[in-house]
Design a protein around this ligand. Structure first.
Ligand code: M6R
Length: 611
């Protein structure tokens, strides 16, 4: 939530910041702003996307080689020019950008108002900034000292970056709970919420840790902890190419990412799955195999689409490994008083690796002695770093706000993890193990087949684009796919959609069915096929419209459904990786038909770093 970019060096800061903000717009896009330091602070901010900010800066003085920029996802205060970042402190000397939430801002604001401070925005950011200014004034301290004192008093999560009119050669940044990457150039430094604004300038980066303060000059980076002790920056090499974060000829990132899936799933399997040897190599799992295979219970913790991947993993792990699995929303888990035993294993699933709820939930579980296995996409992200062990999903940067390729990569990794544990625990026959390895190996090619023949989905989208509601139903492994299909439709087309286990329909949702309600069945050939055929009949008997994801050649459902979306035959454990693809495309094409911004749906942000 919220993207931050800052620059200090020999270049003009403005173009670097604007380009970076556009790359980070997926993190929030309701207002944007920039502050440049050059004989005083020049501040420009505007409600709307970064393009709106660019428009208001035409013809303005944009000179300066030190600056901070922000693209916002509103938490405190509506999206507006005055709530946009950067904010200026009361004396006009400091400007600050912030990603996160200051939870005790109301008390601090009250305190500052009593001292005569006047606020020009509704944000917690302006409160923190004036709090820092106030400490600096009262203690006659440096900005760095004032910041240290302030950070010890605030509750919440933050990445902040400050510029100071009186110290025009320095940027000061601090982090707790939200991500901050510093790119190290020759005589220049780049700061950003992720590496995408940085990669074209340098591949050397430092990931700032919680409770660290960075004092950055063009040719110097100093890291300190809140106790004012210097810490050695750990410089890492970025393994990311510019092409991976560009649209590459596609109209939207979402479409590009859907079409990348044959490759991303292949990348996920590559070097791990060896069909000829019948092996799965995952060092993060292997190195901790005794802990993992002897877990009394597995708790899967995630949010949104990653939570849906967790539900599918629950079915797969229980089936193959015979270990009890529970799947938890991270946001619920972190606030209740869950029972976690020493022998429990937590699987945390996250594309971004920065989701605040997931991060805090696993910290809680870790405190109680659980072993954390992170299934994460973004290399070096917070969840990856605090996990005991893990496996990256290798899907590459996912920029479209709606998760697509990250989901299928998560399912692929989770299937491999389950197979590996099952083999170690000897809860799977060799024949079934080899069969599933083969099935996984064939997934990239099958996904390609679905995508190559998917143009017809545009016509289905055109037919249903104006419906107000939709119901998604599935059974067994395909029930979470129904949930994911409904989530995709909601996010991209703003159509109200609900996912249900198909058998639950008669316990309530069937009351919704009439000739206007499209019911999307995920009804591939599996153990539940006959049952779901009956469910389809029940919908048809009430004149509902049926759109069905089916296995190619399934004449039974083809004869009953109004529209079909066929996928190649696959083992039922693996089928969700395929059956979700037509649902991703259906949502995409409906969103496009409704002329919505599918890459940046309203009110959403890609990386939910606030709770
Ligand atoms: O980065 P994470 O996987 O932890 O994100 C979790 C959810 O915020 C995310 O899946 C969200 O639901 C997406 N918008 C789904 O498309």
């Amino acid at each position: 939530m919220c993207g931050i970019v800052a620059y200090i060096g020999y270049r003009q800061a403005y173009p670097v910041i604007i380009k970076g903000l556009k790359r980070l717009e997926y993190r929030g896009y309701d207002s944007a702003g920039v502050a440049l330091l050059n004989h005083g602070i020049k501040l420009y901010k505007k409600k709307g996307k970064v393009a709106a900010l660019e428009e208001i800066t035409i013809g303005k003085d944009l000179d300066g080689s030190i600056g901070i920029g922000h693209t916002r996802w509103a938490t405190h205060g509506e999206p507006s020019d005055r709530n946009a970042h950067p904010h200026l402190s009361a004396n006009g000397k400091l400007a600050m950008i912030h990603n996160g939430i200051i939870e005790n801002y109301a008390a601090l604001r009250h305190e500052l108002i009593k001292k005569g401070y006047v606020f020009h925005s509704d944000t917690d950011t302006e409160v923190l900034l004036n709090f820092i200014e106030d400490i600096q004034k009262n203690n006659e301290s440096t900005l760095e000292e004032a910041l240290r004192i302030a950070l010890k008093r605030i509750v919440g999560a933050y990445v902040i970056v400050l510029i100071d009119k009186d110290d025009p050669d320095t940027l000061i940044a601090a982090r707790k709970g939200s991500p901050l990457v510093i790119g190290i150039g020759k005589g220049e430094h780049f700061l950003a919420s992720d590496a995408s604004p940085i990669i074209e300038y340098t591949k050397e980066v430092v990931y700032v840790n919680d409770y660290q303060i960075a004092i950055i000059k063009a040719d110097e980076l100093i890291l300190k902890n809140l106790g004012n002790e210097r810490q050695t920056p750990f410089i890492q090499k970025l393994d990311l190419e510019l092409a991976a974060i560009e649209k590459g000829g596609y109209d939207h990132f979402m479409l590009k990412e859907i079409y990348e899936q044959p490759h991303t799933i292949y990348d996920c399997l590559r070097g791990r799955l060896d069909v000829s040897e019948g092996t799965i190599t995952m060092s993060g799992i292997q190195n901790n195999i005794d802990l993992i295979k002897n877990a009394n219970r597995i708790l899967i913790i995630a949010c949104g689409t990653s939570w849906h991947a967790g539900l599918i993993a629950e079915y797969v792990i229980e089936e193959l490994c015979r270990i009890p699995v529970e799947v938890e929303y991270a946001s619920e888990f972190r606030y209740r008083n869950p029972v976690v035993h020493k022998g429990d294993m937590i699987i945390a699933i996250s594309q971004s690796g920065e989701t605040a709820d997931t991060l805090v939930a696993i910290e809680r579980a870790k405190e109680q002695g659980a072993v954390i296995l992170g299934i994460v996409n973004v290399v070096g992200s917070s969840i990856a770093r605090i996990s005991h062990a893990g496996a990256y999903t290798h899907a590459g940067p996912e920029i479209g706000v709606a998760s697509t390729k990250a989901f299928t990569a998560q399912l692929t990794v989770l299937a491999m993890v389950a197979l590996k544990i099952a083999k170690e625990r000897e809860t799977i026959t060799n024949e079934r193990y080899l069969h599933l390895i083969n099935e996984l190996n064939e997934v990239p090619e099958k996904v390609k087949q679905i995508l190559d023949g998917a143009d017809y989905i545009k016509d289905i989208a055109a037919k249903y684009k104006d419906v107000p509601n939709a119901l998604y139903l599935g059974r067994g492994y395909n029930f979470p796919v129904a949930l994911e299909g409904a989530l995709k439709l909601k996010e991209i087309s703003y159509i109200h959609a609900e996912g249900y286990p198909a058998a639950e329909m008669k316990h309530g949702p069937i009351a919704l069915v009439d000739e206007n309600l499209p019911v999307i069945f995920v009804a591939t050939k599996d153990t539940y096929h006959e049952k779901i055929v009956s469910n389809i009949q029940e919908i048809k008997a009430r004149k509902g419209k049926v759109i069905a994801v089916i296995t190619e050649g399934d004449e039974t459902i083809k004869g009953m459904a109004d529209d079909i979306m066929p996928i190649p035959e696959a083992d039922e454990l693996i089928a969700p990786i395929l059956s979700v693809i037509p649902l991703q495309l259906l949502s995409y094409y409906i969103g496009i038909a409704k002329e919505y911004d599918v890459d940046k749906p309203r009110n959403l942000a890609k990386s939910v770093t606030v709770e």
